[in-house]
Design a protein around this ligand. Sequence first.
Ligand SMILES: C[S@@+](CC[C@H](N)C(=O)[O-])C[C@H]1O[C@@H](n2cnc3c(N)ncnc32)[C@H](O)[C@@H]1O
Length: 717
Amino acid sequence: MNNERFFAYYKAQNIVSEAEWPAFVEALRQHLPTTFRVAGSRQCDDFSYLLLVIHHLFRIAKTLNSMIKELHVPSLSDVVFEGQKIPPPVQLPWYPDGLAWQFNVPKKVLRKSPEFKKFHSFLVFETEVGNISRQEAVSMLPPLFLDVEPHHKVMDMCAAPGSKTAQILEALHAQDTETATSIPSGLLLANDSDNKRTHLLIHQSARLPSPALMVTNLDASNYPSIKVPLLAKNGSSRLGQLLFDRILCDVPCSGDGTIRKNMGIWKSWQPMDGNGLHALQVRILLRAMNLLEEDGLIVYSTCSLNPVENEAVVAEALKSNTAFELVDVSSKLPHLDRRPGLTSWRATADRTGATTFATYEDFMKSSVDDSLKAKMSEGHWPPQDAESLNLQRCMRIYPHLQDTGGFFVAVLKRTPKIHTSAPSKERKREADAGDLPSETPDAKRLKTSAEVPPDQEARLPVVTADSAGPVPVDTELETSTVKANSKKKVKDGGSFKENPYTFLSPDDPILRSCIERLHITKDFPSSNVLVRNPEGEAARSLYLANDLVKTVIESNNYERIRLTAAGTKVFAKQEAGKGAEAQFRVLGEGLPVIIPFIDPAHIIVGDTASLKTLVESHYPLCSSFVEPFRSLVEARPTGSHVVRFPLETQSYVHDLLLPIWKSNVSVTLMIDKKAKSALSLRLYGTDITNTAQEGRLVANLQQNVQEEEEGSPLETM
Ligand SMILES: C[S@@+](CC[C@H](N)C(=O)[O-])C[C@H]1O[C@@H](n2cnc3c(N)ncnc32)[C@H](O)[C@@H]1O
């Protein structure tokens, strides 16, 4: 854990004082504590009677947090391992509602101490079902500064593997209740240029199913305009550009702030790591600025300590687009220990880090080799008027302050006063290319589109026509390096092989059959159900999207925007044995979205003994249940049903809603194995499922978690 290049370079930056340097280096050498966050989308203040759905049982943040506090922490408070007292988990002091935790125990303790072993299994299962996110403490910060509300249009420009995407989704779903997922009017467009990582992101976000999520696979620095219908004053409509209320630029970076976790950085680090990423980072931030709505916010973040990837990027973007300024967020999260952004720093192309230069001019005048000079641009150095940019409003998080990784966050907003009505060159280019209408003063509020059938007009989301209105002054990049690099093609994953997105007619016979069999009420948004296959037929899975996602899909070529996922899966085909007709069933993860629309009179009422039978075995016979549940299920036709189990535990009384499949003679709980095991652990304190008896699940899950923990330095999770 020594790298003279690293030490020489960061000493030259004065990132901490001389006196603080030893503590800073010492902290870098310490093992990073494990941190996790209780997924907090549900509002849950009334514990006397909670109506819970399987995924919601798991996602009731405060209940889960109380369990950690009142059950787990006391049992971990007096653990002594090999003669040493092991500290219990503690809450991160700055995280809202105390929902984030930290503990620092060696792997050996987790494996061998019975108390910690139990806690670890609890964490592994809850993580698997999406109630707990194992996420680095500092990685939780950007979404907190983004201030997302359910009606916001949000873009996560570099989203994979998705730990911050999950946090943003939770904020979009802040109005979810204990019983059901809300359908937010906003949107989260999560993007990543790496195709494989995009699929990882989709897999992760399945833990938080949302009809408001879209995933694209594009180069963020060159992100195309997303078209949406705009309504002009005279009533006509045309396609305009969708602008976002919130944009997260958690850009690719050298990742040296993760050195406590990614030990390889100790050996490999050198100053050119950050220098090489600077231009791409600037282009991503500039593109975000051009995609932002009038009163919007951008959060720019890296897990790097290097000013060239941080303040230098922010400064260059602010100078290129003078309609933006840094927001003073010093009063937000008061318990977060942070340092102000740097206003001066010294860049270099010297791989040893020994020689650094205060200005670009000094560097260019120096005897440094011309080939190295060509690799650097003026933007790597502080601008002459750095003071006027308020760079001190950026936040630097150092490992020795609160025992975390190193991190950088800046919050930017538009300054309306400096707007010009002249469209930027970039916007003009988009308009000329037919992406955008040329801005007309009479463009008003977006309500409808010529492409959308009149009967759906009332349901269309409203996007202000300001979207296409005043735009910031020219954002074309100025420095030669950025210009040169803008031609460089960023790998975007090669060919695009996704199936098209087709919305079913509300009269589609399969959709009607799902609706009728489950007694789904009239206000269900049946025109927002889509399928993904070349024929556009209800073949295997049905997804639900919100109005805005539907509008975006209908107004854009999905291949042009490389749309990889949209909405959330709610129904799936269930083969029904020999000779029997296949039917569709409601999915465990889809149930929270569907439940508000199911007529309560058609939900079967269960009992605790029957629940235990269902958890214990795969296909219990109808005759194995106690009355009256036995007669109730026997009386039902074969197919998908929902059961409500009233439960009473020591800490709360609630109902648990679960999907079942009734066949001729047996009943099956239709939740996946991991969710079933998590449910069992929660209800009975142990895993009584057959899968657990088969003994494979815990080992598999632990393996998954280990793989996730060994992420690449690019990941900040
Ligand atoms: C720091 S990681 C993002 C971590 C993510 N925000 C999270 O919290 O899980 C940076 C991501 O940027 C992606 N990336 C790299 N270049 C990109 C580009 N030009 N456009 C979009 N994404 C890019 C990488 O694939 C990587 O997943």
